[in-house]
Design a protein around this ligand. Structure first.
Ligand code: SAH
Ligand code: SF4
Ligand code: F3S
Length: 455
């Protein structure tokens, strides 16, 4: 349009130094699970090491990065929606656009071929190549990709660049060898590999020195952690012993690798939160077999019983509704188990067929969308009732809450989480309190997701 001067291309605005370091501004958004959040911290560290700077304002960025998820089709669609925002801006000012993470790994060349505005595509094991690929794109307008999976990459010696705060996470293993038939993760994250425990303990100590009080140990299949004679239970207890840590959690374990030593550690160690996420997916044996989950309904229930015998450990779960061939009766098996077990929370998903997976190759995705939605809603509603009843049982009791900051709704209220990971909100009683303080809160009221109280 006449009269509106075009902005100069970025490479003219911010020249690089002869050492190949850049002064370019990066704006980054992260989708998906906590592992992706952790990877974003790794990417920030790698890019800052080469002189890139990060900005929270996309309008002043030279580089736009999306760290993406591929777990369900709507995860892909969200990314396409966000990418669309930048295509015009790219034409106007020569932005460099990079897609990282699981969706990049999942679609690879196909994504480059169909979306010409993407300059750089990097999968979860390729982040060390990202600075060079971005420089090539910025300075020489070259498109590039790094989507080889590695059997060794754990980014063990990269110090993550994390935001301040009392919560920190450490990826202790990466990848997944389980190949549940519905799941794309083994294809986007590659083979299982664990990190040296020494590096993990060092990272835990460093987090504490930065003010972290609660650490979450992460892995796609965290309880398959193995390093020599270290297993996950030993690692968990060792991290819980690090001085200054008040709470340790872990995500996501698989029910098939749950030795008694692990739930005993959860039940007994004061710094390990008394909560276990135990993804069920389905409670019907034929569907479990088709999903390749390696346990039966009976085995899962035996594990729940053994865990509960050890003490008041709260359970949460993941469920998939409408998997290939799931009949109404088979769905009802899952519904009844959710009723019987009484989870604190359940994350319920409509089955979404993923390219390359065993289910996509072997079974028809034959449950109609409407039925999937209906079943999902039924369990969501059931779980709401159960969560509400469980939270109401806490009215009149005292819970210990780790203060995190102002509540989302009011600056006159504090917000934190109980040991059982339930959100707790209470009026500010003492302004001298700090994030990380453990505060005893009397519960006065409850909703399915939040406890309301006073000190
Ligand atoms: N490693 C974890 C799961 C990670 S994915 C585990 O084994 O439990 C998180 C959740 O997404 C899964 O537990 C499952 O409930 C859901 N999920 C994975 N693939 C899916 C798909 N194709 N369709 C719908 N939900 C899916
Ligand atoms: Fe996916 Fe199964 Fe691995 Fe979990 S354990 S990441 S559901 S393949
Ligand atoms: Fe998504 Fe990859 Fe995590 S597919 S759930 S970002 S491991």
């Amino acid at each position: 349009m006449s009269g509106t001067p075009l902005l100069l291309p970025t490479s003219l605005k911010v020249p690089t130094s002869p050492s190949g370091r850049s002064g370019y501004q990066v704006y980054m958004e992260t989708f998906g699970c906590q592992m992706n959040e952790y990877d974003t911290e790794i990417v920030r560290s790698l890019l800052k090491g080469r002189g890139f700077q990060f900005t929270p304002h996309d309008d002043e960025a030279d580089v736009i990065l999306f760290n993406t998820c591929a777990i369900r089709e709507n995860a892909h669609n969200r990314v396409y929606g966000h990418l669309a925002r930048y295509t015009n801006r790219k034409k106007e000012r020569g932005l460099v656009i990079g897609v990282l993470g699981c969706m990049a790994q999942n679609l690879k060349q196909e994504l480059m071929d169909t979306r010409s505005f993407i300059d750089v595509l990097v999968g979860p094991d390729g982040y060390r190549q990202l600075p060079d690929l971005l420089m090539d794109a910025l300075e020489h307008h070259k498109r590039g990709l790094a989507v080889d999976l590695s059997e060794y990459e754990t980014y063990a010696h990269i110090v993550p660049d994390r935001p301040d705060g009392i919560n920190g996470w450490i990826a202790v293993m990466r990848g997944c060898d389980n190949f549940c038939s519905f799941c794309v993760v083994p294809y986007t994250r590659g083979r299982e590999r664990s990190r040296d425990p020494e590096g993990i303990i060092q990272e835990a100590n460093r987090l504490v020195s930065q003010g972290v009080r609660q650490i979450t140990l992460l892995g796609q299949n965290v309880n398959s952690y193995r390093w020599g004679d270290w297993d996950f239970a030993r690692l968990l207890v060792t991290v819980a012993e690090v001085s200054g840590i008040q709470r340790v959690r872990f995500m996501s374990p698989h029910p098939k690798d749950f030795p008694p030593a692990l739930f005993e550690a959860v039940a007994e160690h004061p710094a390990i939160c008394k909560t276990i996420h135990l993804p069920l997916q389905s409670a019907n044996d034929r569907i479990l077999e088709r999903m390749g989950r390696c346990y039966t309904r009976r085995e899962y229930l035996k594990l729940v019983e053994a865990i509960r015998k050890k003490g008041p450990i709260v359970l949460t779960t993941d469920l998939i509704c409408g998997f290939c061939g799931e009949t109404e009766e088979e769905f009802q098996d899952t519904y009844r188990l959710v009723q019987d077990v009484g989870y604190q929370a359940a994350f319920v998903f409509k089955y979404s067929e993923r390219k390359h997976t065993i289910a996509a190759r072997k079974y028809a995705d034959d449950v109609p969308e409407q039925v999937k939605g209906y079943r999902t809603n039924q369990i969501v509603e059931l779980q709401k009732e159960i969560s509400l009843a469980k939270n109401k049982e806490l009215i009149g009791t005292r819970v210990e809450v780790m203060l995190e900051g102002d509540s989302k709704k009011s600056e006159f209220q504090w917000m934190g989480h109980s040991d059982h990971n339930v959100t707790v909100v209470w009026p500010k009683d003492d302004l001298a309190r700090q994030p990380g303080d453990l505060v005893p809160v009397m519960v006065l009221d409850a909703s399915p997701s939040t406890l309301y109280g006073r000190v």
